[in-house]
Ligand binder design. Structure first.
Ligand code: HGY
Ligand code: MN
Ligand code: MN
Length: 405
């Protein structure tokens, strides 16, 4: 199966850290190398290659203008020190599934598309799913143009440096109107399949989730000569907020994470002037999520006030709950349950995906591949060769069932 050859080719690209994690950030050299790899896979399979106005890459078998296309794929970018599977497993499996269908002699009655959505993780500019959000009209060009990375480089400047026209970005309804079904295969980011003993699962829904920036502004001062009672140290309400977030989420059966923090001036012997923390919070339902975030924000305000520190909170990214298309979900279960002894459970997830963004515009489904560690956004993320093969064969069956009736 071609999967393992492609996987070996892509594996070293953008592996940037001593821990073996990936640093495939949008519009960087590693991203360009991943894009070159995608284009090569398309060209060597005589697929029509294109990069759309938002920097997403497409490989087509048949003419997408015919409409009702079946599309599969995922993303190639990563979080800082991310794992090898989150994103790339879906893209490599897409090309491998096409190879499998060609091997079977499948005859396509509909166009088949393979996609690499740009900047799904938002690791550089802070907003997830930029490529798919722009395409779906959920992010305006003006909003995207304001995105800036930690070095002050704007998204337009980064895109232009990578050879893309930042003035071309924007909604692409014509492209989405041509898609009859989008199926994203993704490594599971959790242990449900490991616990159930199944290699492949089908997604039911994505929890609502978002990102909030908390800016605690205090008073810079000398760490050695300033009496504790005289301090307005923003680090203290920040620390108390992190602990409050954990307690609040735990009580609500939700999740809350402060995974990124920036301190100014960030000196060992200086009381900070500013501590910025980014909250990622998710819950099974919108009301719970709203209550958790409100509770965390209130705790932050109380702690900030107690320390004479100012606080501003800004929501930077939000994805409402996604219920995947029931008919498509059930069709995948029918296809995968017919003629095989494969048991395919249906499971929800707290992880965001491009499929979650597209779900509001085209019938969308997801396949999950077992991750024995359940760990993701870490070099410890894993999937066995056998399960990757099972994922490719399941995806091939689904694509055949949808595009080759
Ligand atoms: O954050 C997420 O859930 C996704 O990996 N972007
Ligand atoms: Mn991810
Ligand atoms: Mn992903």
């Amino acid at each position: 199966m071609s999967f393992h050859r492609m996987w070996a080719e892509l594996l070293p690209v953008g592996r940037g850290s001593a821990a073996g994690g990936y640093r495939r950030f949008a519009w960087t050299g590693a991203d360009a190398d991943c894009r070159a790899w995608f284009r090569e896979q398309a060209v060597t399979r005589q697929l029509a290659y294109e990069a759309d106005r938002n920097g997403n890459q497409w490989a087509w078998l048949g003419d997408p203008a015919a409409g009702d296309a079946v599309v599969t794929g995922s993303h190639l970018d990563s979080v800082p020190d991310g794992g090898a599977f989150d994103g790339p497993l879906g893209v490599v499996s897409a090309f491998a599934a096409l190879d499998e269908l060609r091997h079977r002699g499948a005859r396509f009655a509909k166009p088949l598309g393979i996609v690499n959505f740009g900047d799904e993780e938002g690791a550089r500019f802070g907003l997830a799913c930029v490529g798919s959000r722009l395409t779906a009209g959920l992010l305006t060009a003006e909003q995207a143009h304001r995105l800036t990375d930690g070095d002050g480089v704007t998204l337009p400047r980064a895109m232009a440096a990578a050879g893309y026209d930042p003035d071309a970005i924007g909604p692409d309804p014509e492209r989405l109107d041509r898609i009859g079904a989008f199926v994203e295969l993704h490594v599971e980011q959790g242990r449900a399949l490991d616990l159930s003993g199944d290699p492949v699962g089908i997604a039911s829904a994505i929890w609502p989730h978002g990102r909030w920036r908390f800016d605690f502004r205090g008073e810079a001062n000398h760490a050695g000569t300033t009496r504790l009672t005289d301090r307005h140290d923003p680090m203290l309400p920040y620390a108390e907020t992190v602990l409050a977030a954990r307690r609040t989420a735990e009580l609500a059966g939700a999740v809350a994470t402060f995974g990124k923090v920036a301190v100014e001036p960030n000196g060992v012997n200086a009381v900070p002037s500013l501590v910025s923390g980014w909250l990622d919070s998710r819950a099974a339902g919108p009301k719970t999520l709203d209550a958790v975030v409100a509770g965390i924000e209130q705790a932050a305000r109380d702690h900030a006030e107690a320390h004479g520190v100012d606080l501003t909170v800004a929501r930077e990214s939000f994805t409402p709950v996604v219920e995947f298309d029931h008919a498509l979900r059930d069709e995948l279960a029918r296809i995968l349950g017919t003629g095989t002894d494969l048991r395919v459970p249906v499971l929800g997830t707290g992880a965001g995906h491009d499929a979650g963004i597209l779900a509001g515009r085209v019938p969308t489904a997801m396949l999950f591949v077992r991750n024995p560690t359940g760990v993701s956004h870490s070099p410890a993320e894993s999937a066995t060769e056998d399960d990757c093969t099972a994922g490719v064969l399941a995806l091939a069956d689904v694509l055949e069932g949808l595009a080759c009736p």
